[in-house]
Design a protein around this ligand. Structure first.
Ligand code: HH2
Length: 288
């Protein structure tokens, strides 16, 4: 797997990815931690906390100090838990603008969490070097083209408009990935720049989120790195009732099991605790 840095000739912007490519991170042979930075008023667990640019940059700096390998910046809540307020591309870009370049200067790769091609394009120009699309290139018809043109890695996440408890969720995830991979191939996105994500909590019942975590290994058939984002999500509350800011234990349990099931990247709010849990799990495994 290369997830290589794009060459300068492909995209001048992507040259900033040279120091810390996802490829190099993945080749380190340990799980990668993606720290979450939401510059939103309404994210499900930390909405409003980092809307102020200086608070956002400070939080990113703290996550990097705690061991985050990647910072994932989102300016629109993807909340499937209620009514997230839709945000225009210009408002999304306005929220990102005072934060992105500063965070990109912290020394770790920055991914842009957006489903909009226009926002991805401007974020890539401002220092992001990975696209994280929670609709797996299937929402905005221009997204695959933007990713291909910039030759950056892309995270393709499974999603559905509504949860349907009657479906086989693993089959649905696999069919969705197949559609996204066809779109990416048509656009000319190199396969070795793709990461797949089952989309914990997105268009799934809590039980289906648990199934996706339990059967993550089935997705190995795609031969691509897997990312899992279980942090503070609602399925935890279903198993052990707690508000979002009291779901750290469940988040750590889910991420450790995900890594055991083949996840290479975990997306987390609580970076220090996640890094520690992963290190301890690895030390125990190595001592076997
Ligand atoms: N989850 C959220 C947002 N983006 N991206 C990927 N690839 N995988 C995920 O599981 C994922 C994601 C939701 O979490 P959060 O960013 O904390 O909330 P919100 O979307 O409300 O801002």
């Amino acid at each position: 797997m290369s997830l290589a840095s794009p060459s300068v000739s492909q995209s001048p912007r992507a040259a900033t990815d040279a120091s810390g490519t996802l490829a190099r991170l993945l080749s380190a042979g340990r799980p990668i931690v993606m720290g979450i930075l939401n510059v939103t008023p309404d994210s499900f667990s930390d909405g409003g906390r980092f809307l102020d640019p200086s608070a956002a940059i400070e939080h990113a700096r703290r996550m990097v100090a705690e061991g985050a390998d990647i910072i994932d910046i989102g300016a629109e809540s993807t909340r499937p838990y209620g009514t997230a307020t839709p945000v225009s591309p210009s408002e999304e870009a306005r929220r990102l603008e005072p934060v992105l370049a500063a965070v990109a200067g912290l020394g770790v790769p920055v991914s842009i969490d957006t489903m909009k091609a226009q926002v991805a394009e401007s974020a890539l120009a401002a220092g992001a070097c990975i696209v994280n699309d929670v609709w797996g290139l299937q929402r905005d018809p221009d997204m695959a083209g933007v990713v291909a043109r910039h030759a950056v890695p892309v995270i393709i996440m499974h999603n559905r408009e509504t949860a349907d408890p009657a479906i086989d969720i693993m089959a649905d995830i696999a069919a969705f990935f197949a559609r996204s991979l066809a779109l990416s191939e048509r656009a000319g996105i190199a396969r070795d720049r793709i990461v797949l994500d089952p989309g914990i909590g997105f268009g799934k019942t809590p039980e289906q989120s648990i199934t996706a975590l339990a059967r993550l290994d089935q997705l190995a058939t795609f031969g691509l790195p897997l990312l899992v984002g279980a942090s503070r999500k609602r399925f935890i509350d279903k198993v052990s009732p707690a508000p979002p800011d009291r779901r750290l234990g469940g988040s750590l349990a889910a991420h450790l099991i995900a890594v055991a099931g083949g996840a290479r990247i975990v997306r987390a709010h609580d970076v220090a605790e996640t890094v520690q849990a992963l290190k301890v799990a690895a030390a125990i495994r190595d001592a076997r």
